[in-house]
Design a protein around this ligand. Structure first.
Ligand SMILES: Nc1nc2c(c(=O)[nH]1)N[C@H]1C(S)=C(S)[C@@H](COP(=O)(O)O)O[C@H]1N2
Ligand SMILES: [Mo]
Length: 368
């Protein structure tokens, strides 16, 4: 359901004025949609309450006994499944790193006004569910199929367009073996905020693809033109550009901030001497093959030691020994490279909605 309504809350994508601070609207979004505290980079698997969270509208509270998933559209045999039926199907668990496409947005200049992420819109979880492809085969996808539309139970308005949260994927992407209908996370039933009772998991793609509170899957024979695909998640230089779709996660490395923080500024205090820096790195394109670290704001780089190969779409641990010498302010940086040759940029890749910005991580520290 998509409808145009003219309300005073409607507005086009906007960038902040050069001297405009974070607004109350952005703060309200940030208070609902929390990030992962960076010290949680210590965990291979992010505890559920520390995983980042992004919800466009309200969290729908679904009654599981009456919940149904409908698979319909251009299929020979439409299916309707309840939770017990889904859970009776073959079960798999995959460790997957999810990241919001808007991660890093708040540091862009000018700043796109939206959920103001710094670096923390990420988390890694063990998602349990059933593969989607066999269900689609059972439904009998028509040969005319082009896209598959996933609809959540949540509803809202975005830039004047009233809608259910919907995202589509090309059929070939949906038929991958590792695309899951997930009903558990880290061994527990999905909590309300992560999409209970069932969500989509598409390893390697940015967060907007991972539709929560799933109620319908429609096979369509045209390219989907809904808001989240055609307008929202696109890289554009101006609000009215057509832009290119946001798809897979660009490589990123994060540093687990060392030492201890100053409460107000989060600047790190570190004693002079030798420190083992650690962190994680991931890419939705290909496995991470290299992480480099700089202790001098990016003037010189050294290779970090990589941890064991993770599951294909989970983050990889890394470590590096840092000799914190000169007392005073320093900037630690990290950058990831993946097996497809993608390297994190040193300059922010700017676009009007602040998406897929994977500029290198910089952590200010004070050596004493
Ligand atoms: N139904 C629905 N699914 C959704 C969203 C939403 O608002 N509604 N947000 C998407 C976005 S933008 C992200 S980044 C991820 C976040 O997943 P998480 O909150 O479980 O971390 O969910 C995606 N799935
Ligand atoms: Mo997102």
């Amino acid at each position: 359901m998509t409808e145009d309504i003219d309300l005073p809350v409607s507005s086009a994508a906007r960038v902040a004025d050069p001297d405009e601070d974070i607004t109350l609207d952005e703060l309200r979004l940030a208070a609902r949609n929390h990030g992962m505290p960076l010290e949680a980079l210590d965990y291979d698997v992010t505890p559920v309450g520390l995983h980042y969270l992004l919800t466009h509208y309200d969290i729908p509270i679904l009654d599981h006994p009456s919940w149904r998933l409908n698979i319909a559209g251009h299929v020979q045999h439409p299916l309707e499944l309840d939770l017990a039926a889904l859970q009776a199907l073959p079960q798999v668990t995959q460790r997957v790193t999810l990241e919001c496409a808007g991660n890093g947005r708040a540091k862009l200049l000018p700043r796109p006004v939206s959920q103001p992420w710094l670096d923390e819109a990420v988390g890694t979880a063990d998602w349990t569910g059933t593969p989607l492809a066999p269900l689609l085969r059972r439904a009998g996808v028509a040969s005319s199929a082009v896209d598959v539309v996933f609809t959540g139970a949540d509803h809202g308005i975005e830039r004047g367009i009233e809608q259910d949260y919907q995202r589509a994927l090309p059929l070939e992407e949906v038929l991958r073996d590792d695309v899951l209908l997930a009903y558990a996370v880290n061994g527990q039933p999905l909590p309300p905020q992560h999409g209970a009772p069932v969500r989509l998991i598409v390893p390697g793609w940015y967060g907007m693809t991972q539709v929560k509170w799933l109620v319908r899957i429609d096979v369509i024979d045209t390219a989907f033109t809904g808001f989240q695909n055609a307008h929202a998640y696109r890289l554009k230089q101006a609000a009215d550009d057509e832009g290119v779709p946001v798809t897979r996660i660009e490589p990123r490395a994060l540093v687990r901030p060392p030492g201890f923080p100053d409460f107000q500024t989060r600047v790190r205090i570190v004693d002079r001497g030798v420190h083992e820096l650690t962190g994680r790195a991931w890419s939705g394109h290909a496995p991470v093959t290299r992480v480099e670290v700089s202790a001098d704001a990016g003037q010189t780089w050294a290779d970090a030691v990589l941890g064991p190969d993770p599951e294909p779409y989970a983050w990889r641990a890394w470590r590096w020994t840092w000799e914190a010498g000169e007392p005073g302010r320093h900037t630690l940086c990290a950058r990831a490279t993946d097996a497809a040759g993608n390297v994190q940029p040193v300059e922010e890749p700017w676009n009007v909605q602040g998406m897929a910005n994977n500029v290198i991580h910089r952590v200010p520290v004070l050596v004493r």
